[in-house]
Design a protein around this ligand. Structure first.
Ligand code: ADP
Ligand code: MG
Length: 260
């Protein structure tokens, strides 16, 4: 019997996931989440809720932080991702932009971009060129600064470079960890536009944010993590209307007024 064909419209399925750090610290408990093919899903939650941990479990980077999946499953289409490594995730089309826009400060913009997609062996030069063209079309500012050291870019430009480097691997699912953190409002707006554009080009996005307003305006569906568990989930527009989300994440007071 022939093998089943690979799933060409894969979705991410996180199923009843438990994650612990070290021997004891439970960071996620029975977390389930789905990112459909081509969708944008927001993952909200306070500091320490486990948002980054969830992205690590998907991108195969958990072990680098002494974390482990102790129960449950991460699947991207037909590919099981829990317990695998970052190369396996990248090969499956899943790429994470880590929090804190970590770029290689001493390397140039161009060198940073070339570092993206390493691990994808035997890529044709034409494929690499296409990925670069896409990055420079999205981020003209990077195209003007290819030979500049990444450490000399502004915070917003470094975030763009971090996203651009991830796009060099031509992901089908992009995992973004708080891309707006610490950026000026105008740059947050620009990052939002970029995420929308990336998604329009066919890349699904799992967006971790503390800026709930931005995330809910981009996402179709959203989940709220509360100390390691999914507290709320639903269509983004619906969640944005719930009192708890408005108070906790959209900066409103109990009487419905905007906070200072
Ligand atoms: N490398 C680590 N080792 C031990 N504990 C960690 C590690 N990374 C995160 N944690 C803990 O796991 C919990 C979830 O953290 P994290 O996923 O970073 O939350 P968030 O991204 O929502 O702020 C927190 O209690 C945090 O202290
Ligand atoms: Mg985090």
């Amino acid at each position: 019997m022939p093998e089943a064909p690979p799933d060409d419209e894969p979705a991410l399925h996180v199923e009843s996931l438990d994650v612990t750090y070290g021997r004891a610290l439970s960071a996620l408990r029975s977390v389930s989440l789905t990112v459909p093919h081509g969708g944008v899903v927001a993952l909200l939650g306070a500091n320490g809720a486990g948002k980054t941990t969830l992205l690590r479990a998907v991108s195969g980077t958990l072990r680098l932080h002494r974390g482990a999946v102790t129960a449950g499953r991460v699947r991207y289409g037909d590919t099981v991702l829990d317990g695998r490594d970052p190369v396996a995730a990248v090969r499956a089309g899943v790429v994470q932009v880590p929090e804190g826009r970590r770029v290689f400060a001493g390397l140039t913009v161009d060198e940073n971009l070339r570092a993206g997609g390493l691990g994808l062996s035997r890529r044709a030069p034409a494929q690499v060129r296409r990925a670069r063209d896409r990055v420079f079309a999205l981020f003209p500012r990077l195209a003007e600064r290819t030979h500049q050291a990444a450490g000399l870019l502004s915070g917003g430009e470094q975030q763009m470079l971090a996203i651009g480097r991830a796009l060099m691997a031509a992901p089908r699912l992009l995992l973004l960890d708080e891309p707006s953190l610490g950026l000026a409002p105008q740059m947050v707006h620009r990052i939002g536009e970029v995420i929308r554009e990336i998604n329009t080009q066919g890349t699904a996005v799992l967006l971790v944010e503390q800026n709930a307003g931005m995330a809910l305006s981009l996402a179709d569906h959203a989940y709220v993590l509360e100390v390691g568990e999914v507290g709320l989930s639903g269509p983004a527009a619906e969640l944005a209307r719930t009192d708890a989300v408005r108070r906790l994440y959209l900066g409103e007071t109990a009487d419905g007024q905007g906070a200072a």
